[in-house]
Design a binder for this molecule. Structure first.
Ligand code: KG4
Ligand code: ZN
Length: 345
């Protein structure tokens, strides 16, 4: 008997719906919200309203593209958190209504857990090798930077994390200083391709253990610009690609340094990356290089599964369905990661 899951993602500024059947993605529709661009960041109230406008058409399109009828959905999986509460409420309420109307089971999903499990998404005709347990996952998004040991789909142990800014935040904040549009990560990535990554050097943190810190880098970047701008008011424009390449290289070096350390400490050579910053070409190249250098087996999700998407929510829902892990109509969304229990075996 096949199992069909409808996934819903609405934690930040992308409204997305996806269909996963028996671990295979049949559709993944994402409506991005342009309304935030002119504010240089996500405006929560505008995000909630846009989710409300988008959610029904996005779900309809996902069903149509998959060739699946509403009553074929066995369960609806939705992002419970972490994220913006108003945005999460839209997805959660929609999921509850859908479950009531169709009799589908209801499954709550932790957004971060889903980023990691995006590595297990399969597509017909494009089958790929999936991670074997235990593996290390470097989870790098706009709000989180963590190294996680995955011993099973539901057994995750965070062994390192940022003590201040996330890697995505470092990209976004430095981009803002250079007056680049939000989100800054993809823009820096594109500009970095034409630049010299050795042109400038920025300070790297010196934090014990497997934890990260990015606030010092941000300050170092800011001070470099401030000093150089005194000599040349066009400094940013004249050195934009070199600044982006050097900044990106520094962030990638910081990320890889602790990941290598984590692999040494745990003896685990199976390594995956996930989250929006996993779309970064510098990080993707570094992880592929580490595969041959350190003899790692690496897993890099496709671009469209790195940033926020509902396919990752649906695949996580699928694994929870197999386990019989359902929720009820009284579930409430939560903005905080700490409130969501994932390890449950
Ligand atoms: O996972 P995600 O879509 O949303 C969160 O859950 O936070 O991650 C968004 C983050 C943003 O900070 C964005 O700048 C960053 O991912 N990002 C990138 C790239 N694409 C997205 N950072 C660097 N290079 C990219 N190509
Ligand atoms: Zn995310």
């Amino acid at each position: 008997m096949s199992i069909t899951i409808l996934g819903i993602e609405s934690s930040c500024d992308d409204t997305s719906a996806a269909i996963v059947r028996d671990g295979y993605m049949l559709s993944n529709v994402i409506a991005s919200q342009d309304v935030h661009r002119k504010y240089g960041g996500v405006v929560p109230e505008l995000a909630s309203r846009a989710h409300q406008q988008n959610i029904i058409p996005v779900v309809d399109t996902a069903l149509k593209q998959a060739g699946v009828e509403r009553d074929e959905i066995d369960a609806i999986a939705f992002t419970r958190g972490p994220g913006l509460l108003g945005s999460l409420l839209v997805g959660t309420s929609f999921a509850k209504g859908f479950a009531l109307a169709t009799g589908a089971r209801l499954i709550d999903v932790n957004h971060l857990h889903a980023h990691i499990l995006s590595n297990f998404l399969q597509e017909h005709g494009k089958e790929k090798q999936i991670p074997r347990f235990p593996f290390l996952c470097l989870l790098v998004s706009g709000g989180h930077t963590q190294i996680i040991v995955m011993r099973d789909y539901f057994d995750m142990q965070i062994i390192g994390q940022t003590i201040d800014d996330a890697a995505g935040e470092a990209f976004d904040k430095c981009a803002k200083v250079m007056q680049l549009p939000y989100p800054g990560g993809p823009v820096i990535d594109r500009l970095a391709k034409e630049g010299n990554s050795n042109a400038f050097s920025f300070s790297k943190p010196n934090i014990a253990g497997l934890d990260y810190s990015f606030s010092g880098l941000k300050t170092s970047f800011l001070y470099t610009l401030r000093d150089k701008l005194k000599e040349d008011s066009q400094f940013i424009e004249n050195n934009l690609s070199d600044l982006c390449a050097s900044l990106q290289q520094t962030i990638v070096d910081i990320l890889m340094n602790k990941l290598v350390k984590a692999s040494r400490q745990t003896g685990i050579n199976e390594v995956a990356i996930a989250g929006g910053v996993a779309a970064n070409s510098g990080l993707r190249n570094a992880i592929l290089a580490a595969a041959s250098h350190h003899n790692w087996t690496v897993h890099v999700p496709e671009f469209r599964f790195t940033t926020d998407n509902a396919a990752m929510i649906a695949i996580t829902g699928y694994f929870k369905y197999l386990k019989g892990s359902f929720t009820t109509q009284d579930i409430a969304p939560t903005a905080r990661h700490e409130d969501i229990q994932v390890i449950d075996n």
